[in-house]
Design a protein. Structure first.
Length: 161
């Protein structure tokens, strides 16, 4: 078996992508953060002392996507063409679902950028609310869909969600 990220000395390397085709690539990722009902209500109603939690989490998620290459060792720096973060409230649980869509036109995919965006947004929600709820749980971080590149279109099956 030949490893793609290991050099001839058995050490890590960043894969050469120079010969790959430039294609439009998009990835959609998900994360969720569960919390106490009181915390959930304070976020929804804008009563968290640190400010607008989802506004800050959205900016943090976008920044996370842009900085992925800085924190994941083998990721390439990418010229991203679009980043969008959306939040969905689920009052029954109470949970906030986080969705990140990241796009580029390049030689390598944006899955890690979308996953990082969701993760950083969730961590930011935790940070902004931890004074009132240290029991929050970040979970279900996964790639939902990716489009483009040599491997083509991937869509996570609903049975895995």
């Amino acid at each position: 078996m030949e490893f793609t990220h290991i050099n001839t000395q058995g050490r890590g390397k960043m894969v050469e992508v120079g010969d790959k085709q430039i294609t439009k690539r998009t990835a959609l990722a998900h994360a969720q953060i569960s919390m106490k009902k009181e915390t959930f209500t304070k976020i929804q109603e804008g009563y968290m002392k640190k400010g607008d939690v989802l506004c800050v989490a959205q900016i943090a998620g976008i920044t996370g996507a842009k900085k992925t290459w800085d924190i994941i060792p083998m990721c390439h720096p990418l010229m991203l063409t679009g980043i969008d973060i959306e939040f969905e409230y689920d009052a029954d649980k109470p949970v906030i679902h986080i969705y990140a869509t990241v796009s580029n036109e390049g030689k390598t995919g944006v899955e890690m950028e979308a996953l990082t965006a969701c993760s950083v947004a969730a961590l930011t929600i935790y940070d902004m609310c931890k004074a009132v709820d240290k029991d929050m749980t970040i979970s279900d971080i996964f790639l939902m869909e990716k489009i483009g590149g040599k491997s083509g279109h991937y869509k996570r099956s609903e049975e895995n969600e």
